[in-house]
Design a protein around this ligand. Structure first.
Ligand SMILES: [Zn+2]
Length: 187
């Protein structure tokens, strides 16, 4: 399936809440952008004072200290559904991501041995993948999880930190759902 066959969707994301190191934010945005680009989704991080692009959906991404009940403490991100549909606010939990990444091994080195730049790249990658998952709940208008790919309820730490992102894809059913949700939205 080529990118041209997917409906084009523009999504502007606006970060707020806790500040993040620039490299970490840039890596996270790049990761989420690349995951969604293969499905025709054009993701762009904008600042709160920049007007959103014509025809773009705006998603607010709030970096919060910790999840509020009923979201489990181990959650990396969450999105609230209101009356069956997803809200346009995604909460991300950098502390949970830091805790998870502290148990990872990259290039055969455990986290305390990583140089700062590698730490920010890995944290950004994990944050971006977790953000891409929450964007998936929004775009698919579904709270469902699958057994494989981007929409798994729980990703393995090895997959989350790995440089290759080929495990972060939509299933065939999710791809079909994305098309039907978007074609309904554009009518
Ligand atoms: Zn989920």
């Amino acid at each position: 399936m080529t990118a041209a066959a997917w409906p084009r969707i523009k999504v502007d994301i606006v970060f707020s809440g806790r500040p993040m190191p620039r490299l970490l934010e840039a890596t996270a945005v790049k990761e989420a952008t690349l995951i969604w680009a293969q499905y025709g989704v054009d993701l762009l991080a904008t600042s709160p004072d920049t007007p959103c692009r014509d025809g773009a959906i705006t998603l607010a991404v709030v970096l919060a200290d910790h999840p509020e009940s009923p979201v489990p403490d181990s959650a990396l991100g969450s999105i609230v559904f209101v009356e069956g549909g997803p809200g346009s606010q995604i909460l991300m939990y950098p502390n949970a991501i830091v805790a998870l990444v502290s148990t990872a091994t990259v290039l055969e080195r455990s986290e305390p041995e990583w140089p700062t730049m590698l730490r920010n790249v890995v944290l950004g990658r994990v944050l971006g993948r977790a953000l891409a998952h929450e964007i998936g709940h929004f775009l698919l208008r579904s709270r469902d999880h699958s057994t494989i790919g981007l929409m798994r309820a729980r990703q393995s730490i090895a997959d989350l930190v790995a440089p290759e992102r080929n495990r972060f894809t939509l299933s065939q059913e999710e791809g079909a759902r994305l098309r039907s949700v978007r074609s309904a939205a554009s009518q």
